[in-house]
Write a protein that binds this ligand. Structure first.
Ligand code: UT7
Length: 323
């Protein structure tokens, strides 16, 4: 009889660039106040990549830290799935650039996943499928972004949100119960106009890429959609709200996270919140928050984690993980 194969998180890691952009700095750039930003978003500061730091550089440090935590070396990795919406180049993929920077020469497949803020959940789900199907035994899953490079610092409607950073997990095949229990992915491509990058890509050649967002409409869609994905995840696994030990959400806006926590009847102490210090780092925000919760000792082995995200596309999804 063959044993069920699960994908277990063997180690986590993250990296934040040194430079900070505080709300006080933004008060000097746009017509805003620290009080407005804190009240409407919960954000106090965000990290900004140095001029010579690119998404693959951030990813490299996060990946090295995750590998160290897992007790593995880079050439033990049999698959890289990297989620980003700010790749170093159109091609090669940032996953391939990362593979080279990690010194990997074992020929492991490497690919990017583009699902904007839901990217990490999409990447985790992809790597989980490779492991569960027996194609690989070890996978490196990374979320990495340099969003400040595509931020329009004349647009006070969204420029206060975005930050740079990277987070990574190493997954390993296991026959124990620990690991990724289920993932739930969705997309609805009808809402391009609400959240997109103007310029860049093949329809905006020669134009510097900048994020555009109808913030309030996206906010409402995010709250309602995350409400539904929480129900879907619990129902699919026959769980009740009280079974979840930790909510590890995409860090878009503290008010969106509060709404999901309320839906789950979870006290703030059971939510890993990094939005105040990291801002919204898109695909990097969940693995960054996970690493913070693991390294400070709050998240313990055997606990049940719910990760969820909503972002451009629109895309949304969740992952239920027995850590
Ligand atoms: O990561 C996944 C996708 N993204 C998200 O999930 C983000 C979703 N959206 C949001 O987080 C929020 O919509 C924002 C934080 C972007 C905006 O907050 P809001 O509560 O939705 O504000 P609003 O856009 O409805 O604007 C309310 C008021 C407006 O003034 P009036 O028209 O009421 O006089 C804005 O002009 O706040 C004004 N405003 C600002 N005031 C000070 C907008 N931006 C700013 C600002 N500083 N930076």
């Amino acid at each position: 009889m063959s044993l069920t194969v699960n994908a277990k998180i063997l180690g986590t890691g993250s990296y934040l660039p040194e430079k900070l952009l505080t709300n006080a700095d933004l008060e000097r750039l746009i017509d805003t106040t620290d009080a407005w930003i804190v009240e409407r978003t919960g954000i106090r500061e965000r990290h900004v990549a140095a001029d010579n730091e690119f998404t693959s550089d951030l990813a490299k440090v996060a990946a090295e830290r995750a590998l160290q935590a897992a007790g593995l070396s880079a050439n033990d990795v049999e698959l890289i799935v990297l989620a980003t919406t700010t790749p170093d180049r159109v091609f090669p993929s940032t996953a391939c650039l990362l593979q080279n920077k990690l010194g990997m020469t074992n020929g492991a497949p490497a690919m990017d996943v583009q699902a904007v803020c839901s990217g990490f959940v999409y990447a985790l789900s992809t790597a989980n499928a490779f492991i569960r199907s027996g194609q690989v035994k070890t996978a490196l899953v990374v979320g990495a972004e340099t969003l400040t490079r595509i931020t329009d610092y004349t647009d006070r409607g969204n420029c206060m949100l975005w930050g740079d950073g990277a987070g990574a997990v190493v997954l390993g095949a296991t026959s124990t119960e620990a690991g990724i229990i289920s993932t739930h992915l969705h997309a609805d491509g009808r809402y391009e106009e609400m959240l997109f990058v103007e310029g860049g890509g093949t329809c905006g050649l020669g134009q510097s890429p900048k994020m555009r967002m109808q913030g309030n409409s996206v906010f409402k869609m995010a709250v309602n959609t995350l409400d539904a994905i929480v129900d879907e995840t619990l129902q699919a696994n026959g769980l009740s709200k009280s079974d979840i030990d930790w909510l590890v959400p995409h860090q878009a806006n503290k008010r969106i996270i509060d709404a999901t926590a309320k839906k789950l009847e979870m006290p703030t102490e059971r939510v890993i919140l990094t939005v105040a210090e990291h801002g919204n780092t898109s695909a990097a925000s969940i693995p960054l928050a996970l690493d913070v919760g693991v390294k400070d000792g709050r998240i313990q082995r055997g606990e049940l984690l719910l990760m969820e995200a909503f972002g451009g596309g629109f895309t949304w999804g969740s992952a239920l993980v027995r850590f």
